[in-house]
Ligand binder design. Structure first.
Ligand code: ADP
Length: 472
């Protein structure tokens, strides 16, 4: 088709200058040169050079005297024809070189774009498992390949994207992973890119139907190896940090529980020893039994708290949410904790027409109980406690406020962490630092949140939110 096009173009120029416009030979030569340059730029050197000779012949035959013959009478015209041929061939070569360079630049740009797209896709995840799963698809999308097979020596795993008609055995894939460089299959349909960390083979990437150059495939392999190294390093750091954190928490838990267990156990042991060893008056014996009763309750609460926290931590808790009236939940909590709150006047102020919330009543009782207990524990005897609730649109907020010593601003965000106890009070008030961590886990499991505002010396306000119940 192109040859026909070149011949037609040449014929059109000759006919135009022979039959339509009577131009001088220089104009004709320049027009032919222009046409040849166009061919060189669009279709390449082959077409331009052959057409140059054909154009030279036509120029001689139709435009140089004697017209209609291939002989040239004037030696000047011989020179003109030679100059025409040399110029057209030379210019064609230059024009073709520019065309080739621009094509190379475009191909390089396209390959760089492929690498950039792949780099971006690979950077999107730090998780090793997710990364290895996504590599074949990312390579296929970025490079436009028909199918991609990614084999990892570590664990002998294969990941695929696209249709793979052939099944490669583990031994074959292992052998391909040890190839020193990129290899193309005999049919050139598949390209095997070995992946390595330093000099250590790591696996192989087989790409079906790619047009990428070997340099780009080499860079692509390097990019994948680096991203695998990066994800492994992040994975290791995360695992080490998680292990360290779990070790730290275990230590804190042991410290906190051991300390808190010892006090009630000591009281119980002392009371029991006294009861057993002497003949006591009934009132004294009753007092000692009351101590035992209270301290066993304390032990019971402590163990329950530790179990609750462990359950919330491992997400073993199954909460069952149902529409609840917050005022009802508050009333039950106040009743349950009335002994703890004894001596603290409690003021209740609820917004009128409070909508129902979606909540698990058992866990909300625990949350309210912890806040009420803290309010009583961290404020002087007789200090008032205020419980309020108000409607905040999609969430309903409930607050427990006290007039206690308050919390240092620096510590306000820390007190919800497990086992954290405010520095100045930890020495005087018994506690484990688990209560508020449990409260936060409960509020978050409900889709709400918990926060504190406090001014040292003026008391604290703990507020938690719960989602408003909406009709299904
Ligand atoms: P615990 O009371 O067992 O120490 P919590 O998790 O309930 O554990 O509380 C963590 C810390 O927050 C407490 O040690 C205390 O310093 C501080 N805190 C909690 N509630 C109050 C409050 N109402 N007023 C002052 N400080 C409080």
């Amino acid at each position: 088709m192109r040859w026909l096009g070149a011949a037609a173009g040449l014929a059109a120029i000759v006919t135009f200058y022979r039959a339509v416009v009577n131009a001088n030979p220089t104009t004709v030569a320049l027009t032919l040169l222009l046409f040849i340059l166009f061919l060189a730029a669009r279709w390449g050197l082959r077409y331009a050079i052959i057409t140059s000779f054909a154009a030279g012949a036509c120029y001689n035959f139709f435009f140089l005297p004697p017209i209609g013959h291939f002989t040239i009478s004037d030696p000047q015209n011989v020179l003109a024809l030679i100059v025409f041929l040399v110029t057209s061939v030379g210019a064609s070569r230059m024009s073709n070189r520019i065309r080739q360079e621009s094509m190379d630049a475009r191909a390089r740009q396209a390959e760089l774009e492929v690498l950039y797209r792949l780099g971006r896709a690979l950077l999107q995840t730090d998780e090793l498992a997710h990364l290895t799963n996504s590599i074949p698809a990312s390579v296929a999308i970025a490079s436009g390949a028909k199918a991609v097979l990614f084999y990892l020596l570590d664990g002998d795993r294969v990941y695929l994207a696209g249709d793979w008609p052939v099944q490669l055995s583990s031994a074959e894939l292992k052998e391909l992973s040890h190839n020193p460089g990129i290899v193309s299959s005999a049919s050139a349909q598949e390209t095997m890119v070995p992946l390595r960390t330093g000099v250590r083979p790591r696996g192989v990437l087989i790409i079906r139907g790619t047009t990428l150059s070997h340099q780009s495939l080499d860079a692509l392999g390097g990019l994948i190896s680096i991203s695998l190294d990066r994800a492994s390093a992040v994975d290791e750091v995360t695992r080490a940090e998680a292990a360290k954190e779990s070790e730290r928490l275990r230590g804190l838990m042991l410290d906190s529980i051991a300390h808190e267990l010892r006090t009630p156990l000591t009281s119980i042991k002392a009371s029991v020893t006294t009861l057993l060893s002497s003949d006591l008056r009934p009132e004294v014996a009753h007092d000692l039994l009351t101590v035992i009763d209270e301290e066993s309750d304390r032990l019971n609460r402590l163990v329950a708290q530790a179990v609750e926290m462990a359950q919330l931590d491992t997400q073993e808790v199954r909460m069952s949410f149902s529409p609840q009236q917050l005022s009802g939940l508050i009333d039950v909590a106040l009743e349950t904790y009335k002994t703890t709150l004894a001596g603290h006047p409690v003021t209740l102020s609820l917004s009128p027409n409070l909508p129902q919330v979606d909540a698990d009543p058992v866990w909300i009782q625990k949350l309210l109980g912890n806040l009420l207990e803290n309010a009583a524990k961290y404020s002087p005897a007789g200090a008032p406690i205020f419980v309020s609730a108000d409607d905040r649109g999609t969430l309903i907020a409930c607050s427990v406020a006290d007039r206690g010593a308050g919390i240092d601003p620096m510590e306000q965000s820390l007190i919800f962490d497990k086992f954290y106890r405010a520095r100045n009070r930890a020495l005087h008030t018994p506690g484990t630092g688990m209560g508020l961590a449990i409260c936060r886990a409960i509020a978050e499991a409900h889709g709400g949140a918990i926060s504190v505002t406090s001014q040292p010396g003026n008391g604290s306000v703990f507020t938690f939110t719960l989602p408003r119940h909406t009709a299904p």
